[in-house]
Design a protein around this ligand. Structure first.
Ligand SMILES: [Zn+2]
Length: 123
């Protein structure tokens, strides 16, 4: 049992911290949804099929870690990723663990009530 990491291992603690942030299915799903830019909580709610309270909890974890930022616009709060480098990590993980493209990645796959999807549908 060691109390302190050696100088060699010590620098990895920040990297481990980042990976720890990613070891959560819902946080991975949120970050993947934010790949194409900022989205409101209602968009995440519609596409993840989870309650807003639960999503907000995970958004708070991501925000406190400095991975995402929020922007208030009227009644809506939009979130965007502040460290786009994470998308390369997510892509690498998807390559290691392949998944079928979820419905949310297909146009018209989910009936989303958010302002962004609604303006895209009406234009
Ligand atoms: Zn939407």
């Amino acid at each position: 049992m060691i109390d302190e990491y050696s100088d060699v291992v010590q620098p990895y603690t920040a990297q481990a911290q980042l990976l720890k942030l990613l070891t959560h299915p819902v946080r991975l799903a949120i970050l993947n949804l934010l790949r194409d830019g900022e989205h409101c909580v209602c968009h995440l709610e519609a596409h993840l099929g989870l309650r807003q309270a639960y999503i907000s909890q995970q958004l708070m974890v991501l925000r406190e870690a400095g991975m995402i930022q929020d922007r208030r616009d009227g009644w809506n709060v939009f979130y965007h990723v502040t460290q786009p480098g994470v998308f390369a990590v997510l892509a690498a993980v998807r390559e290691l663990v392949p998944q079928a493209e979820p419905a949310m990645d297909r146009p018209g796959g989910v009936d989303c009530p958010c302002p962004k999807c609604n303006s895209a549908a009406s234009s």
